[in-house]
Design a protein around this ligand. Structure first.
Ligand code: PMP
Length: 428
């Protein structure tokens, strides 16, 4: 029987000692009230919250879980390094090995620099681009997420940061080649870089593949002007390709940002670059107390090896497709219609005829009680530990949730925590 008493008690304790009780992208503040905030453990594609409820997990820790939680092989590599030391007076041989592996795996990359979070990597890309070009402006797509530093924090969440900190970030429209062309014309000679995510993956929205005309224009405009093309692969890296995600459309960036999953959940991120940007990258000053710690690097080496040597990607594509087909079928059987967009390994699942998200909220909350962890407004992540049987279990839980929502459909109320958000978005 699903319960959440322990979570509720922990929330009360947290509210006393943690501002807001929780913060950042893992805060459940905008989610249905049933969502657990605190978790006890994970194994493979399953997670257990602090109340002991078990879920087939389709969030994968918002990305870091690529091969399965507590993967024995990756954990053994990390533990072996842990026994020798983690943060020492300098990096170990493993840093060179990891950089060599990346250069060997990602076709545009000739060098690698490591840091801790995706925001470190995107911020470093910005600094390298400015150092390389001597120009100030970063072009970023309106609404795209590149992290939570003052220069890139979402405008609706920018309390405590200054407009001046974003003064040299200019926004274009993703998939709109003309908006890029216009920006290059308007800011001629002042653009350091164009940032692009591999596909459009914004919260509360359908996902969109990159349009080839747009991607080609981004590469050409950068080449013509000497600006750098930066692919932010922090979220999608190694879930679409064993290479930079835009390799799939034949476009090589100058820099790419990586994070989340390349060490299967161990804390490390990376900036990769091409040879012609190497000199600028060697000049900038970037660092952190834990950036050179060896355990996550050992986990990275082991994960990259698995990425190169196994069919993890093909298996995720198969289970992702199975999930998409199964959910579409079950939704239809109960009179619902879903919009499942983006790559099947990173699905966004929204309901048609649900402008204020109340159906999606009711369904995902029911899914929790039925043993499956989906998300009502953020894209999700398949991991390589999902088997066909796990996905079937997720679909069966979803099926029971569709039935429960169908029964109470007329009584479902608007989501109070979203009305404020929609107002903020409308005002922005
Ligand atoms: N870029 C993208 C595309 C992301 O999805 C994220 C994290 N969701 C980041 C950058 C920032 O990564 P982090 O939260 O690890 O700083």
């Amino acid at each position: 029987m699903w319960t959440n008493a322990k979570n509720a008690a922990l929330r009360e304790r947290a509210a006393r000692v943690i501002p807001g009780g929780m913060y950042g992208h893992m805060s459940t503040g905008l989610l249905p009230k049933e969502y657990p905030q605190f978790f006890a453990r994970g194994k493979g594609c399953r997670i257990w919250d602090v109340d002991g409820n078990e879920y087939v997990d389709f969030m994968s820790a918002f990305g870091p879980n690529l091969l399965g939680y507590c993967d024995a092989g990756i954990d053994a590599a990390a533990q072996q390094q842990q026994a020798l030391g983690d943060a020492l007076n300098g990096p170990g041989e493993v840093m060179v090995e990891l950089a060599e592996q990346f250069v060997d795996t990602v076709s545009h990359a000739d060098w690698a620099m490591f840091c801790k979070n995706g925001t470190d990597a995107t911020t470093m890309a910005m600094v390298v681009a400015r150092a390389h070009t001597g120009r100030p402006i970063i072009l970023a797509a309106e609404g795209a997420y590149h992290g939570a530093a003052p220069w890139c924090v979402p405008k609706t969440r920018s309390t405590g940061t200054l407009p001046e900190e974003r003064a040299h970030v200019v926004y274009y429209s993703y998939n709109d080649a003309q908006s890029l062309t216009d920006a290059f014309r308007k800011h001629e000679g002042r653009i350091a870089a164009v940032f692009a995510t591999p596909f459009r993956h914004e919260v509360f929205s359908d996902q969109h593949d990159p349009d080839l005309e747009y991607a080609t224009a981004a590469r050409r405009l950068c080449d013509e002007s000497g600006a750098l093309l930066v692919i932010d692969d922090v979220r999608a890296g190694f879930r679409l390709a064993r290479d930079c995600s835009w390799s799939r459309i034949g476009i090589a960036p100058d820099l790419s940002c990586w994070g989340k999953c390349f060490a299967n959940g161990y804390p490390i991120s990376a900036l990769l670059g091409s040879d012609h940007v190497r000199a600028a990258a060697a000049k900038i000053f970037v660092t952190g107390s834990f950036w050179f710690a060896a355990v996550a690097m050992a986990a990275g080496v082991a994960t990259l090896r698995r990425i190169k040597e196994t069919d993890y990607l093909e298996r995720m594509q198969a289970t992702g497709q199975q999930l998409r087909d199964g959910l579409a079928d079950r939704a239809k059987a109960h009179g619902f219609s879903l919009r499942q967009t983006g790559p099947v390994v990173m699905p966004q699942i929204l309901f048609n005829d649900d402008p204020d998200f109340r159906l999606g909220y009711a369904w995902t909350a029911e899914c929790l009680k039925q043993g499956a962890f989906f998300h009502p407004y953020h894209n999700m992540f398949i991991c390589a530990a999902h088997t066909a049987a796990d996905v079937d279990a997720g679909i069966a839980a979803a099926d029971r949730a569709f039935e429960a929502v169908r029964r109470k459909r007329g009584d479902i109320q608007p989501v109070p925590q979203l009305s404020h958000l929609f107002k903020t978005l409308a005002d922005a």
